[in-house]
Design a protein around this ligand. Structure first.
Ligand SMILES: C[S@@+](CC[C@H](N)C(=O)[O-])C[C@H]1O[C@@H](n2cnc3c(N)ncnc32)[C@H](O)[C@@H]1O
Length: 288
């Protein structure tokens, strides 16, 4: 029988200052995320739940386990999923999607583009890339001749990616999805759940990429980088570094759509602000 998280949290041992710093540093070094002292209790609860699952009795033993070669790496993949915030929803920030739709309409109609590549960075359980896929599929269906699109969706969390690949959601998650889209792109599944139709799912390629390792990321020449509600967890200098690496992956003329207010004072000579109401976006100049 599983025990509710609140009960564990009542019984958990406290991390002393040194231990907290050690865990905080580990998380920041490996994911870039900053854990404030206010989230100490969240860290303790998450660690305790996982430690009990695997029968580990102290924070220090668990830490050593995480440092121990391949087994440690496997364990890290589970823990990182527990420590990251994966809150998401379909069409979470409507203006950002509107911007993408307008921009891609121009690429197809005015520039005669046949194919558009998009990248959802920090895609969590898939709602974001499937929202992009719905709007792109709709757009493609309105063109007079065949047009194509592809979406790469990446995240650090393997369990989140596995849910995303499955594409099965509680029906309540469709509340903010236009009815026409929910009818076109979802089919009913068991027990109040629905499933993304294969035609849409096939357009999205999921992969694990840590945004701290973007130098090794095999994604290039994309027309749209969509990165929302991820940079908020990083320190200023690190945010700027990540945004710079993302900008490098854009094709000339491509856009990068970030969450409003998520990065301040960032600039690059080959990028300029792309103005659209209630959004934060940049466009890569065609010739720098
Ligand atoms: C709050 S969710 C945002 C989901 C979606 N972009 C949205 O706006 O609804 C943040 C996501 O970033 C992922 N994440 C955290 N650190 C990461 C890292 N270093 N590299 C890649 N993804 C990361 C988390 O696993 C989580 O799925």
């Amino acid at each position: 029988m599983s025990v509710p998280a609140e009960r564990w949290s009542l019984q958990k041992a406290e991390l002393n200052e040194e231990q907290f710093m050690r865990w905080r540093t580990l998380l920041e070094d490996r994911t870039g995320m900053q854990l404030s002292i206010e989230r100490k209790s969240f860290l303790e609860t998450s660690l305790n739940i996982r430690m009990r699952e695997i029968g580990c009795t102290s924070y220090d033993t668990y830490y050593e386990k995480l440092m121990s070669g391949l087994a440690g790496e496997v364990e890290w993949a589970t823990l990182v999923d527990r420590l990251t915030v994966q809150e998401t929803s379909f069409f979470r920030h409507p203006s950002s999607y509107e911007l993408v739709r307008n921009y891609c309409t121009k690429l197809y109609k005015e520039q005669g583009r046949k194919h558009i590549e998009l990248w959802s960075v920090g895609c969590a359980t898939g709602e974001e890339p499937y929202s992009l896929a719905m709007l792109m599929d709709d757009l493609v269906s309105q063109q007079s001749d065949r047009r194509y699109y592809g979406i790469t969706a990446t995240d650090i969390s393997l369990p989140a990616l596995s849910k995303a690949r499955e594409g099965v959601y509680n029906i309540r998650k469709l509340e903010r999805v236009d009815q026409r889209y929910s009818q076109l792109y979802f089919e009913s599944h068991e027990r109040g759940r629905c499933r993304v139709v294969p035609r849409l799912k096939d357009r999205v390629c999921f992969a694990q990429i840590n945004v701290l390792d973007l130098r090794q990321a095999p994604v290039q020449n994309v027309d749209v980088v969509f990165c929302q509600n991820l940079l908020i967890y990083f320190q200023g200098w690190r945010k700027k570094d990540i945004v710079t690496h993302l900008a490098e992956r854009l094709a000339p003329g491509g856009i990068m759509v970030l969450g409003v207010g998520e990065v301040l004072d960032w600039q690059r000579p080959d990028m300029e602000r792309f103005q659209y109401k209630d959004t934060l976006a940049f466009i890569k100049r065609n010739h720098s």
